[in-house]
Design a protein around this ligand. Structure first.
Ligand code: ZN
Length: 140
């Protein structure tokens, strides 16, 4: 079985068997960026260090997309979300394994690596996405 490649290299890595998003922290001004950068967006310093973000974040904002945008690679409906990570950076992502009615600000969500169709081609690629964590975040 052929290995499924990532949609984009360098966005995440396995840390002790858990997939984690990779951010950059500026040594000069301490600003954090996701995705990683080669130069700081605040002070232009090239002194950036990789930082593996937490496996969990909280739902900050979301939108149910019920019509497939022209260039989207996943079928609608889907949930586009902004997730606040404990380190202070926000991640724009797709939210899976959820019902729109269960979503609320502050819901605990976890990052995972899922499969999506390969853009413009055959087969699939891996991409990071998030899903609610069962039993966390005060779900009723
Ligand atoms: Zn900086």
């Amino acid at each position: 079985m052929p290995e499924i490649p990532p949609l984009q290299e360098g966005l995440y890595a396995d840390v002790d068997g858990v997939p984690r998003l990779l951010a950059s922290r500026c040594d000069a001004c301490d600003r954090l960026f996701f995705p990683r950068r080669q130069y700081c967006g605040r002070c232009s310093s090239p002194a950036l260090r990789d930082l593996a973000l937490s496996a969990h974040g909280t739902l900050h904002a979301w939108s149910l997309i019920d019509r497939r945008p022209k260039l989207a690679v996943i079928d609608s409906p889907y949930v586009q979300a902004e997730v606040a990570m404990p380190e202070g950076v926000h991640v724009f992502t797709v939210l899976r394994d959820c019902e729109a009615a269960q979503l609320r600000t502050g819901l605990t969500v976890e990052m995972f690596v899922g499969e999506i169709p390969r853009p413009g081609g055959e087969g699939k690629v891996h991409a990071y996405m998030f899903r609610p964590v069962a039993g966390k975040g005060g779900q009723a």
